[in-house]
Design a protein around this ligand. Structure first.
Ligand code: TGC
Ligand code: FAD
Length: 387
């Protein structure tokens, strides 16, 4: 049974609504997800039958207004939900992040009224699945250099190019694809089955195995005019969506770290070596204290970031600092927890190794650790070190 570390009694400051949401998501993860994760991780698949349950709990599009099928909840509550989902697995949080922050948010912010009314309720309920295509095989950290491009035709657009590492790419009903046009970067809604739109699943992953990752390719793929996001103009449109998802990841990483800490603490108290629990040795205690210390600092960061988001005071660099710190620390915590588990820690009988390997992806996606360092370096020095 998971015992959540809350050393500074942060939950005491939660509203009843926030506490209820946290408990509801935690129960969902314990009852419906944890019994499945080992099997799905082993077979490298996502439990798609849970998507409608995620929708019913309001975990797809948490902040999207109710009139479009969302929950209209605060960013703080969105963050709490992501923390609880990632305590189960980064792939579960990824599913919710991509659907809510990377597909529903851009449709809500940049879409036409028809697009909002059609797509948002379907995505919120989990009846339809979306994906977000920004990264390309040769352009990851530098999406502004993308090659994928769309040419205007009489009644729409012709799209050519490819996108790589796309979460849910080959199971999505709708792909939001970012492409260059003569008028700058624009966002296109590609529906599965569009002629010239091909998806291929990426196999052989050692990380985020319980999440689907795909390559998308477009060969003279025709997109009707009504499928363009009318208000998305330039690279800042997809980058604005990343702020939303990175925010959720900063919270999610705390969930993964808490799961590893809890597992290591329980193991250390019951594993006997040299006639005593390994938790009784100073080196083990130092490891556990360092973990709790970093978890507490990460919690404080996202709690304040959440309040900044909810008062519209969070800037993209605030999000970068929390994503950078919390994922980096979660990875260190997972590695340290793994050492406490000894040999047992390399098997999937324990969850730590799965979190550890997942966090390698989380460190890379949504802006690598290095890119967030440069975003922050740029902010404090006003000097650009990207190129
Ligand atoms: P740059 O010239 O700095 O900016 C272009 C325009 O965008 C504005 N901007 C932002 N706007 C909103 N939010 C942000 N975070 C923004 N960052 C920049 C900027 O002000 C400018 O506006 P304007 O009005 O002057 O045009 O652009 P750059 O080409 O130099 O790139 C900057 C850089 C490197 C920070 C950016 O490209 C970047 O963040 N790269 C990392 C790429 C990335 O994070 N990709 C993620 C792909 S999606 C994904 O990984 C999903 S994982 C899903 C899962 O959870 O499973
Ligand atoms: P690169 O950009 O090639 O970077 C390689 C290394 O070089 C990194 O260490 C990087 O930090 C470093 N580097 C690059 N530029 C600099 C610099 N200027 N200074 C110093 N170091 C630098 N993308 C999507 O669009 N949609 C998705 O749904 C999606 N899901 C993903 C799911 C998974 C499991 C993974 C692993 C990735 C996903 N991505 C997705 C892609 C992800 O956003 C990219 O992998 C990420 O942006 C990094 O790009 P890259 O892998 O091409 O690495």
């Amino acid at each position: 049974m998971f015992n959540s570390p809350d050393f500074y009694n942060l939950t005491d400051s939660f509203s009843d609504e926030e506490r209820l949401l946290q408990n509801t998501v935690r129960k969902f993860v314990d009852r419906e997800f944890m019994p499945l994760i080992q099997e799905y991780h082993r077979k490298a698949d996502f439990p798609l039958h849970l998507v409608k349950n995620l929708g019913a709990l309001g975990l797809l599009g948490v902040t999207i207004p109710e009139e479009y099928g969302g929950c209209g909840l605060s960013y703080f509550m969105y963050g709490l939900a992501m923390q609880e989902l990632e305590r189960g697995d980064s792939g579960l949080r990824s599913f919710s992040s991509v659907q809510g922050s990377l597909v529903m948010y851009p449709i809500f912010r940049y879409g036409s009224e028809e697009q909002k009314k059609y797509w948002l309720p379907l995505l919120a309920s989990g009846e339809k699945i979306g994906c977000f295509g920004l990264t390309e095989p040769d352009h990851g950290s530098d999406p502004g250099a993308m090659i994928t491009h769309a040419e205007k035709t009489e009644d729409g657009w012709l799209l050519n190019g490819a996108k790589m590492w796309i979460t849910n790419g080959d199971i999505a009903d709708v792909a939001l694809v970012w492409a260059k046009t003569k008028e700058g970067i624009k966002g296109f809604l590609l529906e599965s089955g569009f002629k010239g739109f091909i998806t291929t699943r990426i196999k052989g992953k050692f990380s985020l195995r319980a999440s689907i990752t795909s390559e998308l390719s477009f060969q003279d793929c025709f997109i009707p005019q009504e499928n363009i996001l009318p208000d998305a103009k330039g690279l800042k449109a997809p980058l604005s969506c990343l702020n939303e998802a990175r925010y959720g990841i900063a919270w999610g990483a705390v969930g993964a770290a808490m799961a590893c800490y809890d597992e290591a603490l329980n193991y250390a108290k019951t594993r006997l070596q040299f006639g005593k629990p390994i938790a009784s040795y100073q080196i083990t205690q130092e490891k556990l204290v360092s973990m709790l210390n970093e978890i507490t600092k990460s919690q404080l960061l996202v709690h304040q970031l959440g309040r900044l988001k909810d008062t519209a005071k969070a800037k993209h660099y605030h999000v970068s600092l929390a994503k950078r710190n919390n994922v980096h620390q979660a990875l260190k915590i997972a590695r340290s927890a793994r050492t406490i588990l000894g040999a047992a820690g390399i098997t999937d009988e324990y969850q730590t190794i799965r979190h550890l390997l997942n966090l390698e992806s989380v460190l890379t996606y949504e802006g690598t650790h290095e890119i967030h360092t440069l975003i922050l370096g740029n902010k404090i020095t006003e000097l650009n070190a990207f190129y």
